[in-house]
Ligand binder design. Sequence first.
Ligand SMILES: [Zn+2]
Length: 725
Amino acid sequence: MTPIQALQKYFGYSTFRHEQEAIIQNILKGQDVMALMPTGGGKSLCYQLPAVLLDGLTIVISPLIALMKDQVDSLNVNGIPAAFLNSSLNPEETRVLVNRLRNNEIKLLYLAPERLFSAESKENKESKLIPFLKTLKVAQIAIDEAHCISSWGHDFRPEYLMLAGLKEEFPSVPVIALTATADKLTQKDILEKLNLHKPAIFVSSFNRANITYRVAPKKNSFKQLIAFLNEHKDESGIIYCLSRKSTEALAEDLKDEGFAAEAYHAGLSNEIKARNQEAFLRDDLKIIVATIAFGMGINKSNVRYVVHVDLPKNIEGYYQETGRAGRDGLPSEALLLYSPGDAMKLQAFAKVEGNEQQSRIMLNKLNDMVKYCQLLSCRRQYLMKYFDEEFPAKCGSCDVCLTEYKRFDGTLIAQKALSAVARLNERFGANYVIDFLRGSKSDKIREEHKQLKTYGIGADISKADWQHHIRELISMGYLQTAGDEYPVLKLTAQSTDVLKGGQKVEFIEIEKVEEVHHEENLPYEIPLFNRLREVRRGIAEGENVPAYVIVSDATLQEMATYLPQSLDELRMISGFGDIKLARYGRELLEPVKIYCAEKGLGSKIKQKLPKRERKAKSPGQTKSSSRSNDTKAETFNLYRSGKTVAEIAAERGFTTATIETHLSYYVQNGDLDITEIVPQKKIAVIADAVESYGTERLSPLKEVLGDDYSYGEIKAVIGWMNKGE
Ligand SMILES: [Zn+2]
């Protein structure tokens, strides 16, 4: 069997992505390989496919049990025998596994590094596992998350250092080291520590074209978050916070607002962690609020958004976390809420006690992260440059590129700021300078400064606007900061020209207008897609695996687009290999046929281009920001056509609460009369409760009103009361 035949048969794709094919050829030739690919770039296929073709066992070193389980599930569903060996197995299960290994019944074996090298007992320091593995025919060793071996990286794991001895134990077995994140220093470290023999090195583009990157100033993060989540109802997402406590608090607050959210952090019991993770994987739980402890082992392909409500510590971590969105190649969002205060807090954390060099590395990394947040140029280009990759100046799908900035003459404002810095002898930080400019009466401003002529000359500009202007002046080079711990503002060589009036300064209007881009994908049948998701969920429950392991959202969306009518046609949809086709083809085809018969539709499979592993969108094709309006509009139209809320919910596969939320939007903008969706009697009661308890939080209202009143009804009445605002 050729690699391409195996790709079709076992994985259901007809073309390789990026450098997968070249990597696989090298492994098949017996050469060592190091492969750098972005998260979601199709890394695991690079060793899973050779594992199928090679005669013998592939050992996969992986840092987390969750990751192993997920991969093993996916492989088994594709008809590839795989297993993991870790502490979750009982002695009987281990015995069965050892027998299967002896009988050559396993193609891939997943292990944690410490497991591989653990001593047999206190007296005998030798590993028991390695001699056993040597009795088997080992054909390939894959080291996943290889950057964990480097203390230069952001995710150093001491147990990975043990892997240095691997090449000695298995000198003739090709080793493939894979990582999704490695700067030059880390790359070099990986090669040296693993002792790879003349490795072929592959660096794929780190660009994730289907993710739209946005950074917003953090003002009222909860409100901002709710607004964002309302645009992403019924989609899966991860929200990252810095502290364990804040994940729990935020998850509770989100639940109060009617969102299906749970917390996840390293301090929770294993039972709760496993339960929340499982529910998330199975789409029962839409939102995970997590610390960085969550996600490394998560292969869930239909995560539609990743939000950072706190500033990440470095670009590597940020990029890896945002990379968990959109692994199915469909449009996805990465939103970061940035506040300079967060940066100050992290500076304190970045110091590693007694290790100045490590502290400096961490502080520099944090600094790069802050710069990213303050960019006025393409964010994707900055990220790509960070990973040593050239990229055009405009990606078309980050907030900077998507924004049409209005500019205005800010020379006078700049002069005020610069002269304040000069008057204060370049010895104070931005906050002090701003308070001084605004003429703050606070005791923090020194008495002698209050006597200066520049004191209070910027009182007409808000604090937030001043912060923005100061940032711009820094990024344009008219101001600079000095000092790590308490950075002060200093003038630059260019400042004098501005102060003397020889240089005009242009600022960007803070109220920005976002362009609307339109979706260029073929339209798909949404009710059918929802029905297919239900069918998939049923299959997944039967097989006891996460839903996306059966087939991805992208595959279902393709089905709902091209409407295949036979197994032969279904074979042309990306993601259906022979095994999946045989196991699940008929069951998934059934709803398509029924739907098409009802609607008088036929197959569109002829319009389909050759299938790729995943569709990656080119820059410039961006997600329509009006999508949430479309889904609301669809609800509204169905409602207008005479259907009840319950009927629409059933048809669209949403909860009634979601449908009511959609409709409350039309109540607020006046297209729908409140009495159409909430009985007259209830309106007065809800309005009363709103008057007395406010609308800050919905859950107290719901509690007061009791079970007879739904969240949807409460929202609708609030919308009605806010009408015209
Ligand atoms: Zn851009």
